[in-house]
Design a binder for this molecule. Structure first.
Ligand SMILES: *Cc1c(COP(=O)(O)O)cnc(C)c1O
Length: 381
């Protein structure tokens, strides 16, 4: 961040999210280009960041939307994402949400259970519509990521189990208001080991060849999201390696003739463009530790408390000797801690602190816990 930007920060009320829109544009450009090279379809996972200005920018790149609630579907449409590029997933879609998605004529419902598809069939019938559906399959592939964000192994709540798939397909084909168009997979988030995606391709190949033996070929395969970012060293990897990621699917997935591939990237598109900016309220000396107490708390950025997530922390306004600090928030919870034993230059009340790589699952998870104000947002220009 340059001096001018930091000067501007000094005039703003903290805490707030700062978004580097130049980086966001460059990241979207890189992702679109890498996907287009193979003719792959991109959908942005809105749950990663639903800030309206961020959505405007993403939408302007011609990317579709991946939604996990009715309100996200409504927001996607309001932000200008074309309905025919909107997909909608989630284990617990309510009747009201399903009706809304049917009304908006979205591209596809990614479905996770037969009872859900039966309800969609019934509601679509009432509305005189036919719903396009993809079955989310739990491929039993371990994403090698934190267990809270692993979704593709057999003992979690997501998707159809492999042994249920044939039955689900038969059932869908008997429903008058359901059009089965594809298979959907999403095995987890913050996946940095790309061989995991190769494993996913090979597993999906097996599933497809088994279905093919029964004469079943579906026109769409959606591989979900999950590509990780570099939290340890944001500047080492500001733009994720989209080319290598998509190349894996081009190399290892055996697409059937005419089959379209879809991806739902969230974190990798927006993660590095956002930082949480806050001020130091107090520096407190314990017996063995020094604490930097920020005016930002876990209500502004939940990831460290929720997933034990690591974020790089920078003092933007001090250049003193380095010392070790625990960097904490003001909230009455022990988990309200952004980093332990972090090396920072000598830190004082009033210093500006940036917590980096907060563009994804940051502002969207902010709450008013302790009746605190929601953080603001500020964009580079
Ligand atoms: C969360 C989610 C995504 C996006 O995941 P990222 O790790 O942010 O890329 C994609 N698809 C589904 C179904 C999701 O739930």
């Amino acid at each position: 961040m340059n001096i001018e930007t930091i000067k501007t920060f000094q005039t703003l009320k903290t805490p707030f999210y700062y978004y580097d829109t130049t980086l966001l544009q460059a990241t979207l450009q890189a992702a679109s280009q890498a996907a287009n090279e193979h003719g792959f379809n991109l959908h942005y996972a809105i749950k990663a960041n639903a800030n309206p200005h961020i959505l405007d920018i993403i939408q302007s790149h011609g990317i579709g939307a991946d939604c996990v609630s009715g309100n996200e579907v409504a927001q996607a449409v309001a932000s200008g994402f074309p309905s025919e590029q909107i997909v909608y997933a989630g284990v617990g879609k309510s009747d009201e949400e399903i009706r809304l998605a049917l009304e908006k004529e979205i591209f596809c419902f990614n479905c996770e259970s037969l009872p859900e598809i039966e309800v969609i069939n019934m509601l679509a019938g009432e509305m005189g519509k036919k719903a396009s559906v993809a079955l989310r399959v739990n491929p039993n592939v371990d994403a090698h990521t934190h267990h809270y964000i692993t979704t593709g192994i057999e003992e979690n709540k997501f998707g159809f189990y492999l042994y249920d798939l044939d039955h689900a397909i038969t059932a869908c084909r008997e429903m008058e208001h359901i059009k089965l168009i594809g298979l959907h997979f999403h095995i987890g988030s913050q996946i940095t080991d790309l061989t995991v995606f190769r494993g996913l391709c090979l597993r999906v190949n097996e599933i497809q060849s088994r279905l093919k033996e029964q004469g079943i070929i579906l026109p769409h395969v959606n591989f979900g999201g999950g590509l990780g970012i570099n939290y340890d060293c944001p500047t080492c990897g500001l733009i994720p390696d989209f080319a290598s990621y998509f190349q894996i699917f081009a190399d290892f997935f055996e697409a059937q003739p005419g089959q379209q591939l879809h991806f739902e990237l969230g974190r990798s598109l927006v993660g590095q463009c956002g930082s949480l900016i806050s001020r130091v309220l107090y520096v407190k000396e314990g017996k063995h530790k020094k604490f930097v107490i920020l005016d930002a708390g876990m209500n502004d950025l939940l990831r460290p408390a929720l997933y034990q997530a690591f974020h790089r922390i920078e003092n933007l306004t001090s250049v003193g000797e380095h010392e070790k600090y625990d960097v904490v928030g003001p909230i009455c919870e022990s988990s309200d801690c952004f980093g332990k034993d972090r090396e920072l230059p000598l830190t004082n009340r009033g210093d500006l602190i940036a917590i980096h790589s907060c563009g994804a699952y940051g502002e969207v998870m902010a709450s008013r816990y302790n009746l605190r104000e929601l953080p603001g947002s500020y964009f580079s220009r």
